[in-house]
Structures are given as structure tokens and as C-alpha cells.
Design a protein around this ligand. Structure first.
Ligand code: SAH
Length: 246
């Protein structure tokens, strides 16, 4: 839930429940408090709801207490659409910068976010719940109809062998920054995963491993070495421009 938008903008909330005409949706204390005390809504106010499956619905608040609220779905504003089949795998960085990566990935239209542990990772613990919450808030705020799922923190090697499948790995390789090569534009494949390394970069051993993945494509993000969070945003934007739904 985003607390700082102007009141003129309709409140938009992600819910887990199914949405259909006449369906009732119940909110627990956090959401009830947000609707009542932060957004100062009242019974009868209309809000927007989405759940990543049934599109976006207008709903009317018909109960608004301190601990609980209820709304009734009125009509569907937008049918469900799905983002391109793009994952982002990245080595988590500091808390606030990891939050930034998750927020931007959700805004830019990534379908799944997968934290991976690399040899030079400096953060070895993450809260998946917290990251999922950041993704929900970003989707609520940007008008997206989907919230990216968030995977468990997984060692890079295990990620490659157990999670990646035959998805194309778009591996952001900082050692290519001096190569003069451009981001490849259109990339062949049906499903993709952008991989961004840790602040310390990939080890030589990891780079060899990544280059050996059958479906891997090492890419450059230009002549400068970017911070990991900048690299994630730049890579998603470039990929979306040529291969995605922009
Ligand atoms: N400390 C490392 C840089 C790590 S940058 C060094 O000095 O070499 C963090 C991650 O961002 C990298 O692992 C890579 O995945 C990505 N990245 C940053 N700049 C890049 C570039 N110019 N091309 C491709 N990937 C880049």
C-alpha cells in the first residue's frame, strides 16, 4: 500500500481473493487501517482491486472498521493481461537497494524475481515476504495487473541446474563492458531470465559456468561498470524495448 499519492487518484489494492461481479472482498487490519486512516475513505467510496488473475475491478467499500473492512466488486475495468515471460535473477545487495531492485523490476514488468547467491555476494539473507510486499506495493502504485513472484535465495549453481530449465539466460557480464558490443536487441527465445551479479562481480569460475549454460547469452550494458541495481534496471529496460511489451 502506498501512502503518499494524491487523494484524487483512486486507491488500488492487490488482494488474494477471487474477483467477480457482486463478490465480497474482506480486508484485515493493515488494509482496513490504510483505507480508513491513511486514505481517509468512507463507506460508499470506490476503490480498485486486482489479484493477478481476474483483471482490475472497481469495488465499493461497504464496511470500514478499525480491524476489518469489506468491499463489493461492481464491474471489471480491465481484463487480465500477463507480462512477458521474463525473470530477473540477481545477487541481493544492501536491504534498501535490494528493495529498489524489486520495486523497479515489478514496475518494469518482470514476471518472477529470483535472488541468487554468488561467490562474492555480500548479502546472504533476505526476507522473501518483505520482497514480495515491495513487489505488491510497486504493482499497486504503477497500475500493473500482476505481481512478480519471488523465489527463495538459491546458490547460483543450484539456480542454474534446478530452476532455470530451458529458459534463455541473458547474463549481464561486466567483463564485456570494454568489448564495444551493444546489447543484442531482439533475442531468440520464448522465455528469458536476466542475470545480474553482486557488487564484487562474478568470479572467473562463475563466468565459466555461466558461459557453459547451453542457453546462455552474455551481454554488455555499455562501456561503464554499473552498480548492480542500475544494471538490473538498464537490462530490463533494454530487454523490454526489443523483446517485451513496451
Ligand atoms: N565490481 C565489479 C562490478 C560489479 S557490477 C567490477 O568492478 O568489475 C554488478 C553487476 O552488474 C555485474 O556482475 C553485472 O552483472 C552487472 N553489470 C554492471 N555493469 C555492466 C556492464 N557494463 N555490462 C554488463 N553487465 C554489467
Amino acid at each position: 500500500m502506498q501512502g503518499s499519492e494524491s487523494k484524487s487518484r483512486q486507491v488500488r489494492l492487490f488482494v488474494e481473493d477471487g474477483l467477480c461481479a457482486g463478490g465480497r472482498v474482506e480486508f484485515q487490519a493493515d488494509a482496513a487501517n490504510y483505507l480508513r486512516s491513511v486514505m481517509r475513505l468512507e463507506n460508499g467510496c470506490e476503490i480498485l482491486l486486482f489479484n493477478g488473475r481476474d483483471g482490475e475491478w472497481s469495488a465499493r467499500i461497504d464496511e470500514l472498521g478499525k480491524r476489518r473492512a469489506c468491499a463489493t466488486c461492481l464491474y471489471r475495468n480491465r481484463p487480465q493481461s500477463f507480462p512477458p515471460d521474463l525473470w530477473l535473477a540477481f545477487a541481493p545487495i544492501k536491504k534498501s537497494r535490494t528493495d529498489f531492485v524489486v520495486e523497479k523490476a515489478a514496475e518494469l514488468g518482470v514476471d518472477r524475481i529470483h535472488p541468487v547467491l554468488c561467490a562474492r555476494s555480500n548479502t546472504r539473507r533476505i526476507s522473501r515476504e518483505r520482497l514480495r510486499q515491495r513487489a505488491i506495493e510497486a504493482a499497486e502504485q504503477c497500475g500493473g495487473l500482476n505481481v512478480p513472484s519471488v523465489g527463495n535465495l538459491t546458490a547460483l549453481e543450484d539456480f542454474l541446474s534446478c530452476e532455470l530449465g530451458d529458459r534463455k539466460l541473458v547474463f549481464c557480464d561486466e567483463s564485456m563492458s570494454c568489448s564495444g558490443k551493444k546489447f543484442p536487441g531482439e533475442i531468440e527465445g520464448d522465455s528469458f531470465c536476466i542475470l545480474v551479479g553482486p557488487e564484487g562481480g562474478f568470479s572467473e569460475q562463475e563466468r565459466d559456468l555461466l558461459r557453459d549454460v547451453p542457453n546462455s547469452l552474455a551481454v554488455s550494458l555499455g562501456p561503464r561498470i554499473l552498480r548492480a541495481e542500475t544494471a538490473a534496471v538498464a537490462a530490463i529496460a533494454l530487454w523490454q524495448q526489443f523483446n517485451g511489451d513496451w
